[in-house]
Ligand binder design. Structure first.
Ligand SMILES: C[S@@+](CC[C@H](N)C(=O)[O-])C[C@H]1O[C@@H](n2cnc3c(N)ncnc32)[C@H](O)[C@@H]1O
Length: 199
């Protein structure tokens, strides 16, 4: 278990960090975060993997009182800018660290909740990522995962431009070794990697 330096990290993130991508992620972060809220309790230790701009990480911090949330991302620039945001916020229960989901720099059984959203579909070994998340999760902890299923998207009314855009996304993700349809495979993946499923 160690934090690899930048040159050792294999950043296969297909979407990249163009300002348009970051604007989109920022726009949709809070709209998609609701399913996490019912799981948050005061005092919990939470790890968010692939935290991107940290928007959701700050929301988690507001809902865990004297608990603590750590946001990790493979991109150092995002992490540095998120750590700058901490300085101008009053949050004392949050930190950001550069790390790879495939090699987390944390001890076994460290977190009550491990959360990730729109991360696994970029990772070329999602099973290894889930195993690593399980390693750092406490035995009675909870993993929360939300991933897209880009082959089952329906637009109404029909919109050829959006269809083409989604097709481009799918191809970009595949060309970097990711799986744009991972959302509908999560059940099998979580089962295979030893998680107990509850609804
Ligand atoms: C589509 S963005 C999602 C950001 C955020 N989870 C959200 O839903 O708004 C995916 C993020 O995962 C990060 N990422 C990609 N591969 C990673 C890896 N192997 N380990 C950690 N983070 C990774 C990228 O740098 C990017 O910030």
């Amino acid at each position: 278990m160690h934090l690899r330096n930048e040159s050792e990290m294999n950043n296969n993130y297909s979407f990249g960090y163009d300002s348009n991508v970051l604007d989109y992620l920022s726009y949709r972060a809070l709209k998609t975060f609701g399913f996490v809220l019912p799981h948050l309790k005061l005092g919990l230790k939470v790890l968010e993997c692939g935290c991107g701009l940290g928007i959701i990480t700050f929301e988690i911090a507001k809902n865990i009182g004297d608990g603590f949330v750590t946001g990790i991302d493979i991109d150092k620039n995002l992490i540095d800018s998120n750590n700058e945001k901490i300085k101008t916020s009053n949050s004392k229960n949050i930190k950001f660290e550069q790390a790879d989901i495939l090699d987390l720099p944390y001890h076994d059984n460290s977190f009550d909740i491990v959360y990730m959203q729109a991360l696994l579909f970029h990772v070329n070994d999602p099973s290894a990522a889930l195993r690593e998340a399980r390693r750092v999760l406490k035995d009675n902890g909870t993993i929360l995962v939300k991933e897209p299923t880009m082959d089952r998207m329906v637009f109404s009314p029909e919109n050829p431009v959006l269809e083409e855009l989604i097709d481009l996304f799918r191809r970009a993700v595949r060309s970097y070794g990711g799986d744009p349809s991972i959302g509908r495979k999560l059940w099998e993946l979580l089962n295979e990697t030893g998680y107990l499923m509850r609804f």
